[in-house]
Design a protein around this ligand. Structure first.
Ligand code: ZN
Length: 507
C-alpha cells in the first residue's frame, strides 16, 4: 500500500450565501499547513468543498427564483470556486454534497447503521435554528433567539429518525482522555469534554418537513439531516469504501470554526464509532474573526468578501496577515489599520526592502552576478535555528509562531546588512572580498526565506526565487534541506524586478 497521505480538510461551506473572510481564514490555514507538509516531502491531500442541502438552501433558492440545484450550481461556480483563486489555495479536491460520490455513500452508510440497530424512529419536539441548521437545547436559547445568530428559533415537532448519540458518551470521553490531541486547542477540548460529561441527547438524523436533501434510503418521505449528511463528506471524498480509501483516511486534521466544534468532535466521531471506522486524528477549532467586536457574519452585515482585501493588498499579504496577526485557535479582530501597519512594517520594510536592497547592490556592484560562495557562520546558524523552529511551529498549527521564526531571521539578515554597510565596502577596493561575502550571504539567506515563506506567500516567494536566479521548482525545495548553506552557485544572474510588496494607497 502507498504511504498514507497527510490529509487535511476544511469545513464544507454552506452555499446559501457568498464567502466572507471568516470562511477564507480557515481555508488559508489549511492551505498553509498542507503546502508546508508538501515541502517536508510528504504526500498530502487537501480537501475543501460545499454543503448544499437543507432548509436554508431551499429558502435562499426560492428567494432568488431558482431551483435549489440551480442555486447551488450558481453559487459554487460564481462565488465559492472563484474565492479559492482569490486567496491562492492549492486544494487537491473539492467535494459538493450534491455529487453522486457523496450521496450514494451517505445512503450506504445509513443503511448499514440501520441494519446494526443504530437508527430508531421517534418524534422530535424543540427549538431549531435554521441559520445554524441545528437542533438546539432549550437551555441554550436566549430570549427566544439562537445564541449565535441572535435570531428567533423555530419550535418544530417532527416524526424523525434518530441516531442514539447518548450511548456513545462514555466511549467519546475515553477517547478524549486517551488521545489528548484529538481536540485542539485546549480551550476547545475542555469545552467538548464538559459538554459530553453533561450528558448527550440522541439526535435526529432526518427531517420530514421539506425535501431538499438526500432521501432516507428506507423511507423517502424523509431526507437526511443536513449536518449528518455533510459530516460524511470527509470520508466519502477518500473514495470509501472503494480500494485506496485507506491511503487517505483517517483525516489528520479537520479544521473547523469553533461554532461547529460539537458536530466534528462529538457527533462525527460517534457516527464513525457506530460504523466501526477509524476516527480522525485531530479536530482543530479556530476562533472567530471579529469586526468591530462582532463575529464575522453576513446575517449581521459584518461580512467582508476576501477580494475586497486582496484587491488592495494582494493574496500573499492577505494570507500572511491572517496567519500572522491572530494566534490560531483564538478569536481575532480584523481592521484595515492593523492590516496596513503590518503590511508596511513587516512585509514592505523588512522582507521587501531586504530583497530590493540586495538585488540592487548585486546589480550595481557586481553587474548582476552573484559573487563566489562564502561562509557566514552567524547567519548560517541563525538560519538553522529559524528553520527548525518554523518546522516545529507550522506542524503544530502555530502559524503565528512559524511566521515569527522566519520573520525573525529576516530581521537578523537586515541587521547584518546594516551593520556591514556594503555601500561603504564598495568604496574601498581593498575590501572587495568583504563586499563579496556580504552580498553572497544576503542572497543565500533570501534563498532560504523564499523556501520558508513559500507556504504562506507562494506568489511573492516565486518572484523572489526567480529574481535570485535560483534553479529548480521552489515548491520542490525541502524544509529539511533549506539550511544547507551555499546552494546558490557563484555567477548566478540576479534580476532587479519589481518590488515584492509595493506601497499601497490608503484612504
Ligand atoms: Zn443559529
Amino acid at each position: 500500500m502507498t504511504e498514507k497521505a497527510f490529509y487535511v480538510t476544511t469545513p464544507i461551506y454552506y452555499v446559501n450565501d457568498v464567502p466572507h473572510i471568516g470562511h477564507a481564514y480557515t481555508t488559508v490555514a489549511g492551505d498553509v499547513l498542507t503546502r508546508w507538509h508538501r515541502q517536508r516531502g510528504e504526500r498530502v491531500w487537501f480537501l475543501t468543498g460545499t454543503d448544499e442541502h437543507g432548509e436554508k438552501i431551499l429558502t435562499a433558492a426560492a428567494e432568488h427564483g431558482m431551483t435549489p440545484r440551480q442555486w447551488t450550481d450558481h453559487m459554487v461556480n460564481t462565488a465559492w470556486l472563484p474565492a479559492l483563486q482569490t486567496i491562492d489555495v492549492a486544494n487537491d479536491d473539492f467535494i459538493r454534497t450534491t455529487e453522486a460520490r457523496h450521496e450514494e455513500r451517505v445512503r450506504d452508510f445509513w443503511l448499514a447503521l440501520r441494519e446494526k440497530g443504530e437508527v430508531y424512529s421517534g418524534t422530535y419536539t424543540g427549538p431549531y435554528c435554521v441559520a445554524c441548521e441545528e437542533f438546539k437545547q432549550p437551555s441554550e436559547i436566549v430570549d427566544g433567539n439562537c445564541p449565535i445568530h441572535g435570531r428567533p428559533v423555530k419550535e418544530i415537532s417532527e416524526e424523525n429518525y434518530f441516531f442514539p448519540l447518548s450511548k456513545y458518551a462514555d466511549a467519546l470521553l475515553a477517547h478524549y482522555e486517551a488521545s489528548p490531541a484529538f481536540v485542539e486547542p485546549e480551550s476547545a477540548r475542555n469545552e467538548v469534554v464538559s459538554f459530553v460529561r453533561g450528558g448527550l441527547q440522541d439526535i435526529s438524523m432526518s427531517r420530514s418537513s421539506f425535501d431538499w436533501g438526500i432521501k432516507v434510503p428506507w423511507d423517502d418521505k424523509h431526507v437526511i439531516y443536513v449536518w449528518i449528511d455533510a459530516l460524511q463528506n470527509y470520508l466519502n471524498a477518500t473514495g470509501w469504501p472503494e480500494p485506496g480509501w485507506e491511503e487517505r483516511w483517517p483525516a489528520d486534521v479537520h479544521l473547523v470554526g469553533k461554532d461547529i466544534l460539537r458536530f466534528h468532535a462529538v457527533i462525527w466521531p460517534a457516527m464513525l464509532m457506530a460504523a466501526g471506522l477509524p476516527l480522525p486524528r485531530k479536530v482543530f477549532a479556530n476562533g472567530w474573526l471579529l469586526v468591530g467586536g462582532e463575529k464575522m457574519s453576513k446575517t449581521k452585515l459584518t461580512g467582508i468578501a476576501p477580494s475586497v482585501i486582496t484587491d488592495v493588498f494582494g493574496s500573499d499579504a492577505y494570507r500572511y496577515y491572517f496567519m500572522r496577526a491572530i494566534p490560531f485557535g483564538q478569536d481575532g479582530s480584523f481592521s484595515w489599520e492593523d492590516m496596513h501597519a503590518r503590511y508596511k512594517s513587516e512585509l514592505s520594510d523588512q522582507l521587501g526592502n531586504l530583497a530590493s536592497r540586495l538585488l540592487a547592490m548585486v546589480e550595481r556592484y557586481r553587474d548582476g552576478l552573484l559573487p563566489p560562495v562564502a561562509s557566514e557562520p552567524a547567519l548560517e546558524s541563525a538560519l538553522a535555528t529559524a528553520a527548525a523552529e518554523a518546522d516545529e511551529r507550522f506542524c503544530a498549527l502555530d502559524f503565528q509562531g512559524g511566521i515569527g521564526a522566519v520573520m525573525g531571521f529576516v530581521r537578523a539578515v537586515n541587521n547584518y546588512v546594516t551593520e556591514n554597510e556594503p555601500w561603504q565596502l564598495a568604496k574601498d577596493p581593498a575590501r572587495s572580498g568583504d563586499l563579496d561575502r556580504v552580498l553572497y550571504a544576503t542572497a543565500e539567506s533570501l534563498r532560504a526565506v523564499a523556501v520558508l515563506f513559500n507556504a504562506v506567500m507562494p506568489k511573492a516567494c516565486a518572484a523572489l526565487w526567480s529574481a535570485l536566479g535560483a534553479e529548480g521548482d521552489l515548491a520542490a525545495q525541502r524544509v529539511a534541506d533549506v539550511a544547507r548553506w551555499g546552494q546558490l552557485p557563484a555567477g548566478t544572474k540576479v534580476a532587479k524586478g519589481d518590488g515584492l510588496f509595493p506601497r499601497v494607497e490608503t484612504e
